[in-house]
Design a protein around this ligand. Structure first.
Ligand SMILES: Cc1ncc(C[n+]2csc(CCOP(=O)(O)OP(=O)(O)O)c2C)c(N)n1
Length: 285
C-alpha cells in the first residue's frame, strides 16, 4: 500500500474505533488514536503476516505492551479479516472475546497484555527463539512513554542488547501523557534516548504520526545487525480528533453521540483531502 492510501486507512481505522468506543461506552480513546499510524504502517506495509493463517510460522510478531489501547488493533485485525468486522459490535460487552486488552483467543493476538511493563520481556523471548531456531521473523513491541516507568522494561532492554537481537524493534508511543497527568510530571523518564542508547540499543527519533517517516524508518532497520532498535515515536494523544488531542481526560473518556458525529466529520474531511491528493497524483503522472 502506498503512503497516501496508508493515511486514508489510518483515518478509516480512527473512525471505526471512535464508533466502536461510543457504541460500547468504554475504551481508551486517546492512546488508541495516538498509536493508529504506527499500527497501520506495521500491519498494512511492514510486517509479514497472514490473516488467513494467523499462526504462519515465520510471521512477524507484534506485541502491544501498552495493552490498554487495543481498540485500534481490534479495528485493524477486523479490517484485515482476522475475524468478522461485525464482531467489533460486541466490543466490551459481556461474553465478547474483544475485551479492553489484547486477548490471545482472538486470531492475530500473540499474547495477553495489559499489565504494563511485560511486553518487552515477552518480545525478547520471541526474538531470541526466532534467532535460535533460525525462523527469521522480526518482533515489534509497542510501549507507552508512561510505561517506561516500569522497571521490568529495563531488565528486558538489557537482555535484548545482551543477546544482540537485531530482529527486535521496540517502539515508544511518546504522546507525553499517561493516565493521570503528563508523563514528565507523574514520573519522568527523560532523557529516554540517552537511556536506551546506554542500554545498548540503536535509537531513532521520529514523528510517530507521520506515515512517511514511519515507513522509511521501519524499512531501513537492518535485522541482521547486532543491536536491537528502539524507535522513539513522538505522537499526539487523541491524534486526528481535535477535541481529544493532548487532553489527559481523553485517556479513557468515551465520546457522546454529538462528539462522535464531530469526530467522524473531521476524519472524513481528512480522508477527502487525501483522496484529492491521490487523484491529483494520478492526473500528474
Ligand atoms: C502494571 C500496571 N500499572 C498500572 C496500570 C494502569 N494504567 C493503565 S494505562 C496507564 C498509563 C499508561 O501511560 P502510557 O504508557 O503513556 O500510555 P498512553 O498514554 O500511550 O495510553 C496506567 C498507569 C497498568 N495497566 N499496569
Amino acid at each position: 500500500m502506498d503512503i497516501i492510501n496508508l493515511k486514508i486507512k489510518a483515518a478509516q481505522i480512527r473512525i471505526d474505533l471512535m464508533q466502536m468506543i461510543t457504541r460500547a461506552q468504554a475504551g481508551h480513546t486517546g492512546g488508541s488514536l495516538s498509536n493508529t499510524d504506527i499500527l497501520t504502517a506495521l500491519y498494512y506495509k511492514i510486517m509479514k503476516h497472514s490473516p488467513e493463517n494467523s499462526k504462519l510460522e515465520n510471521r512477524d510478531r507484534f506485541i502491544a505492551s501498552k495493552g490498554h489501547s487495543v481498540e485500534s488493533l481490534w479495528c485493524i485485525l477486523a479490517d484485515l479479516g482476522y475475524f468478522p468486522k461485525e464482531e467489533l459490535e460486541t466490543f466490551s460487552q459481556f461474553g465478547s472475546r474483544l475485551i479492553g486488552h489484547p486477548n490471545n483467543t482472538v486470531p492475530g493476538i500473540e499474547m495477553n497484555t495489559g499489565a504494563l511493563g511485560h511486553g518487552l520481556s515477552i518480545s525478547v523471548g520471541m526474538a531470541l527463539a526466532s534467532r535460535r531456531e533460525q525462523i527469521g521473523y522480526k518482533v515489534y513491541c509497542l510501549m507507552g512513554d508512561g510505561e517506561q516507568a516500569e522497571g521490568s522494561i529495563w531488565e528486558a532492554a538489557m537482555a535484548g542488547a545482551h543477546y544482540k537481537l537485531g530482529n527486535l524493534v521496540g517502539i515508544v508511543d511518546m504522546n507525553g501523557l499517561q493516565i493521570s497527568g503528563s508523563t514528565s510530571d507523574v514520573l519522568s523518564s527523560d532523557p529516554l534516548n540517552e537511556k536506551w542508547a546506554a542500554f545498548g540499543w540503536n535509537v531513532i527519533e521520529i514523528d510517530g504520526n507521520c506515515m512517511e517517516q514511519l515507513v522509511a524508518t521501519f524499512e531501513a532497520i537492518d535485522s541482521t545487525s547486532d543491536k536491537p532498535t528502539l524507535i522513539l515515536a513522538k505522537t499526539v494523544k487523541g491524534k486526528g480528533v481535535g477535541f481529544a488531542e493532548n487532553q489527559v481526560g481523553w485517556h479513557h473518556k468515551v465520546p457522546t453521540e454529538e462528539q462522535l458525529q464531530s469526530a467522524v466529520a473531521e476524519l472524513q474531511q481528512q480522508i477527502d483531502s487525501y483522496r484529492k491528493e491521490l487523484v491529483a497524483n494520478e492526473y500528474n503522472s
